[in-house]
Design a protein around this ligand. Structure first.
Ligand SMILES: C[S@@+](CC[C@H](N)C(=O)[O-])C[C@H]1O[C@@H](n2cnc3c(N)ncnc32)[C@H](O)[C@@H]1O
Length: 261
């Protein structure tokens, strides 16, 4: 099962993810009556934007973190068109196949994209669509370099022995091939850059701790978590004085083959 997240911190710090999700959603042409899944819904901020585009549709919001599911459940309490479920996307099951699988900022947390895409094809109706955006090849390379440097320091090295980072920043070409192998057609995949600035080193540190370094911080004792995130932020800024993360997003649009009629 996917790891736990700090839902309160993510809700407060995820405005970049919400902004990218809103722009990506704007590209999508929807009839408004689709039954959709938001795969990796987090606290539900982007799910709410998706719901606005589906005035006669429904959303099954799925996440592998119980804290995220609880937060999304509170957000949509009393909204009959949204159901929130705790599920691992690699084991995703639904009562009825859906018209749309939508997902933002989630797939790079999942190592096995072949298995993921097989599962997503399995929950879509023939002719149903996948529209997803996640971290792609080259994503936050400044932070990745800085994190590796800090992991190797004497103070932290012992906590990371035998463990490596868990992100999967896939390229556009290999993703297209994997989607086609999973039974998707009309596949479009592309990368785009989203250079993201932070107001101060403190803000960057809080963002890294809540959004980027969760897997690392889990391995550290409580008292070492903030110093680790602060050291990574310091190392990023030391490079050129900029409080920037060089985000790269991988976009994918595809249709499940086997349309009937
Ligand atoms: C960065 S958040 C994105 C949340 C939201 N979609 C957004 O754009 O703000 C990534 C989410 O993916 C979820 N996630 C990661 N791996 C997962 C898996 N295997 N199954 C279900 N959820 C997963 C995490 O629990 C987390 O809530």
């Amino acid at each position: 099962m996917a790891r736990e997240w700090n839902a309160v911190a993510y809700e407060g710090l995820s405005s970049p993810q919400t902004r990218w999700g809103a722009v990506f959603l704007d590209r999508l042409e929807l009839g408004g009556d689709e039954d959709a899944i938001d795969a990796g819904c987090g606290t539900g901020k982007v799910t709410a934007l998706l719901l606005e585009k589906l005035p006669r549709g429904t959303v099954l919001a799925v996440d592998g973190s119980r804290a995220m599911v609880e937060a999304a459940g509170e957000r949509f309490a009393g909204e009959p068109r949204v159901r929130v479920e705790h599920q691992d996307l690699l084991e995703l099951t639904v009562e009825e196949p859906v018209d749309l699988v939508f997902s933002t900022a989630t797939f790079h947390w999942i190592g096995d994209h072949r298995r993921l895409f097989d599962r997503l094809a399995g929950v879509l109706k023939p002719g149903g669509r996948l529209a997803a955006q996640c971290g792609g090849e080259g994503n936050i390379s400044r932070a990745t370099r800085a994190t590796r440097e800090v992991m190797g320091r004497d103070r932290f090295r012992g906590y990371f022995e035998g463990w490596d980072d868990d992100k999967n920043y896939a390229g556009a070409g290999e993703t297209k091939e994997r989607l086609e192998a999973a039974g998707f057609e009309g596949v479009e995949t592309w990368l785009h850059e989203e250079l993201t600035g932070f107001g101060s080193v403190g803000e960057l540190t809080r963002f890294l701790a809540a959004v980027v370094l969760g897997g690392h911080l889990e391995r550290l004792p409580e008292e070492e978590r903030e110093p680790f995130a602060a050291a990574v932020a310091g190392e990023i800024v030391a490079e050129d004085g900029e409080t920037l993360l060089d985000y790269v997003r991988l976009n994918m649009m595809a249709t499940r083959s086997g349309r009937t009629g």
